[in-house]
Design a protein around this ligand. Structure first.
Ligand code: ATP
Ligand code: MG
Length: 255
């Protein structure tokens, strides 16, 4: 059985893409079949896993606007067992292009995914930093959401809005939608602030918060420029250790 997890938070720069790429890579390196779907017009996840912009013919844009099959869009990554449905900048216009579609525009990704998701153990969807139609398509297509929360002062700001959106999607397009987990990211262990924020997040989300905390680690920010996961950039880094531990926790919550 496959598990579809959307990595979402409308707040920008909280670690969605870093988590999508490295969680997907970690799961694939555990010999699982994984599909990484890039739903962000910035296409950071696609590039971060080494998909060259010039080699993308079809993208998630075509899935949404032309109802192309995902099988036409998916390309293998350099990691065995990890496939990618890449994004491109055209995706930025998908919202507007679908404005006149009266029925089912929120379900296009789900429809496409239903045909192929059983070929995968995990499907990881990298969401854009906005609560528009791209995010709604992801929330409608997934079983659960993983919410990265950056350990900084305004961490909890905007989470009410996100939780409302999740509730709304549950009530309309996806009754079975659950919260997979909340992930604390970019923790700077030298500051009290990080610890205070993580305590506050744990008080609110309780056991939904992963035991694994992703530390601030420069290797994690360098790896994307080489187009490889943290495990192929620096397998012994703190970042690699953390994302390996996260993958373990994600698997254990899904057995
Ligand atoms: N644990 C970390 N330690 C150090 N740098 C990190 C860490 N996680 C992410 N970064 C860096 O922080 C920036 C934002 O991370 P990322 O792109 O993953 O966030 P995002 O939520 O996907 O952003 P956006 O909302 O723009 O899509 C990137 O430059 C990334 O390399
Ligand atoms: Mg991103």
């Amino acid at each position: 059985m496959s598990r579809v997890i959307a990595i979402t938070n409308q707040k920008g720069g909280v670690g969605k893409t870093t988590t999508s790429v490295n969680l997907a890579a970690a799961l694939a390196k555990k010999k699982l079949k994984v599909l990484l779907i890039d739903m962000d017009p910035q296409a950071n996840a696609s590039q971060g896993i080494g998909i060259d912009r010039d080699h993308i013919e079809l993208s998630t844009y075509h899935v949404l606007t032309e109802e192309r099959d995902l099988s036409e869009v998916i390309i293998p990554s350099y990691i065995k067992g990890l496939d990618v449905a890449p994004a491109d900048i055209d995706l930025a216009g998908a919202d507007l292009e679908l404005a006149n579609v009266k029925r089912g525009r929120e379900k296009r990704l789900k429809k496409a995914l239903d045909n192929i998701k059983d070929s995968y153990d995990f499907v990881i969807i990298d969401c854009p930093p906005a609560l528009g139609l791209l995010n709604t398509n992801a929330l409608t297509a997934c079983d659960s959401v993983l919410i990265p929360v950056q350990c900084e002062y305004y961490a909890l700001e905007g989470l009410t809005q996100l939780l409302n959106t999740i509730l709304l999607t549950q009530g309309t397009f996806n009754r079975k939608l659950t919260i997979e987990g909340v992930l604390l990211t970019m923790l700077d262990q030298r500051t009290n602030l990080g610890l205070e924020v993580s305590q506050e997040v744990r008080k609110y989300f309780k056991e939904k918060v992963y035991k694994t905390v992703i530390p601030r680690n420069v290797k994690l920010s360098e790896a994307p420029s080489s187009g490889v996961s943290i495990f192929d950039y620096d397998n012994n880094s703190e970042g690699a250790k953390a994302y390996r531990a996260l993958a373990k926790e994600v698997i254990s919550r899904n057995v």
